[in-house]
Ligand binder design. Structure first.
Ligand code: ZN
Length: 105
């Protein structure tokens, strides 16, 4: 057991959830548009909304992968810029934070 076991599990669960969501969106986006023009307009709006969700999801996936890598190499919890310890409270709110509150500003 290490102090980050629970966090690692939480992050991995979240990663799996995001990965399957992004995959679903990808499948939806690769569907051909409806032939009917009005349907197409709706589809296009849906596409934009889905793409926004997909992009946000992919960004979070990257952040989670980075956090997991930092847990693995032992640098998790220290600021990537100044090397100071990131406040535990900050990590509770934002587990993927790589900067301390001072450097994040
Ligand atoms: Zn810092």
């Amino acid at each position: 057991m290490t102090q980050y076991d629970t966090l690692t599990k939480t992050l991995n669960d979240r990663l799996a959830e995001l990965t399957s969501r992004v995959r679903q969106i990808d499948e939806n986006l690769s569907q051909p548009l409806d032939a009917d023009f009005e349907e197409q307009a709706v589809d296009l709006e849906d596409h934009e909304a889905m793409e926004a969700v997909e992009n946000a999801g992919m960004l979070e996936i990257q952040q989670i992968r980075r956090a997991l890598a930092r847990i693995a190499d032992g640098s998790y919890g220290t600021c990537a810029r100044c090397g100071e310890v990131i406040a535990p409270k900050r990590l509770q709110v934002l587990p993927t934070a790589t900067l301390c509150i001072g450097c994040a500003r």
